[in-house]
Design a protein around this ligand. Structure first.
Ligand code: KG4
Ligand code: ZN
Length: 334
C-alpha cells in the first residue's frame, strides 16, 4: 500500500510517499524561509501563492523519487487544519482533485495530531504515552491512549513556545525562524545569566503561558544593554526557561497519569537543549523520553501520510467536500 502525505499548513510545501511498512519512499519539503525572512515571520498571502506555484512539480518529484506512477497510490492523506487557511486550502484542494481523478480515498488529518504521531515514522511506541507537541502555533500535552484516540490534558493559554522564540528573534532582529537562530546563539551562552520567570509552574493544571515570558524578556532587553558580549547568555537563559516549563508540565502529566513514556514532536522539538533537558529528567525519574529526528519534528508530509494510514486502517476516510480549517479541534476519544 502506498500513501501520499501532503502538508501545506504554513510555509513549507511538503509531499511524501510512504508504504505501510513505514518505509519512506520520498519526503520532499520545500522551505519558504528565505521568502519570509525579510518580514521576520510568515506572510500568509505569500505562503499560499508559493504553495500554488510549487505543488504540482513537487508532487511529480515525490513520485519520481519514490519510483512510482500516480496510479500506484492507494490513499491520499492531507492536512485539513489547523494552519493558515489560504495555505491549507492549496494542499487540500490539490489532494481532493487527485483523489477524485485517481478514484482513491482521501483522508483529511489534523496537523497537531500528525506531530504527536510522527515518532511512528521511525519506531514503534507502546501506548499509552504522553505526547508534547511544541510548534510555532501550538503547545499541547496529550494523553495518547491508542492510535487516533487521545485526550487533551493541557494547552497554551496564549503564545505557543515556537511563537515566543519567533517573536523574541524578531524583536532582537536576529532573523526567522527564531528557534533555530536562538538555539545557535544560546549554545555559547550561560543559561543561568538571567533568571527569567517560569510561567504557571505552580498551577495544578497542564496549561502553559509563554506570552508573559516573552514580555519578561522584552522588559529585560529594554532595561539592560544586550550586546555582542552577553546576547548568547540572555538567549540561553530564555531558552532554559522555555525548556524548564515544557519539561516540568510534561513530566507532571506523565507521573500523574502513571505513564512511563513521553514523546515530543513539533518544530521546537528539534531544539538540542530541550532534548537534553528531557533526557536528563527522564533518566532521573525513570521515564523514557522519545524525540523524532529533527527532519520529522518540523513540518513534513511523511507524518501526514502515517497518521492518514492509521485512520484508514480504522475504516475512517473523508468526504470529497471536506473543509479546510484555520483552527481545528483535535477530535478525541475515537
Ligand atoms: O512544527 P513547525 O515546523 O511548524 C508549525 O506547525 O508551527 O514549527 C515551527 C516552529 C517555529 O516557531 C520555529 O521557531 C520553531 O518551530 N523551531 C525551533 C527550532 N527549530 C524550529 N524552536 C526552537 N529550537 C529550534 N531548533
Ligand atoms: Zn507543524
Amino acid at each position: 500500500m502506498l500513501i501520499l502525505g501532503v502538508d501545506t499548513s504554513c510555509d513549507d510545501t511538503s509531499l511524501a510517499v510512504l508504504d505501510e511498512e513505514r518505509k519512506i519512499r520520498a519526503n520532499i519539503v520545500s522551505s519558504q524561509v528565505d521568502l519570509h525572512a525579510m518580514f521576520g515571520g510568515v506572510v500568509p498571502e505569500i505562503a499560499s501563492r508559493k504553495h500554488v506555484e510549487l505543488i504540482d512539480s513537487l508532487y511529480e518529484s515525490a513520485l519520481e523519487e519514490a519510483g512510482i506512477t500516480s496510479g500506484e497510490l492507494d490513499l491520499i492523506s492531507v492536512t485539513q487544519g489547523p494552519g493558515l487557511i489560504g495555505s491549507v486550502l492549496v494542499g487540500l484542494c490539490f489532494a481532493k482533485g487527485l483523489a477524485l481523478a485517481l478514484h482513491k480515498p482521501l483522508i483529511g488529518i489534523n496537523h497537531i495530531e500528525a506531530h504527536a504521531m510522527s515518532i511512528f515514522l521511525e519506531r514503534e511506541v507502546e501506548f499509552p504515552f504522553i505526547a508534547l507537541v511544541v510548534s510555532g502555533g501550538h503547545t499541547i500535552i496529550l494523553f495518547m491512549e491508542g492510535p487516533c484516540t487521545y485526550r487533551i490534558l493541557g494547552t497554551t493559554r496564549d503564545d505557543a513556545a515556537g511563537e515566543a522564540f519567533d517573536k523574541i528573534a524578531k524583536y532582537m532582529e536576529l532573523g526567522y525562524p527564531g528557534g533555530r537562530v536562538i538555539e545557535e546563539s544560546a549554545k555559547k551562552g550561560q543559561k543561568d545569566y538571567v533568571l527569567f520567570p517560569r510561567p504557571m509552574m505552580d498551577d495544578k493544571n497542564y496549561d502553559f503561558s509563554f506570552s508573559g515570558l516573552k514580555t519578561a524578556f522584552i522588559n529585560y532587553a529594554k532595561k539592560h544593554d544586550i550586546n555582542d558580549a552577553n546576547i548568547a547568555d540572555v538567549l540561553a537563559s530564555f531558552q532554559e526557561a522555555v525548556c524548564d516549563v515544557l519539561a516540568f508540565k510534561t513530566f507532571k502529566a506523565a507521573k500523574e497519569h502513571a505513564v512511563k513514556r513521553i514523546v515530543v514532536g513539533g518544530g521546537v522539538a528539534s531544539n538540542g537543549r530541550l532534548r537534553e533537558v528531557f533526557a536528563e529528567r527522564g533518566k532521573r525519574e525513570g521515564i523514557e523520553t522519545m524525540f523524532s529526528s529533527p527532519q520529522f519534528c518540523t513540518d513534513n508530509g511523511a507524518m501526514v501520510a502515517i497518521l492518514g494510514y492509521y485512520y484508514f486502517r480504522k475504516g475512517i476516510i473523508s468526504p470529497l467536500n471536506a473543509k479546510g480549517y484555520s483552527r481545528m479541534a483535535i477530535k478525541t476519544g475515537k
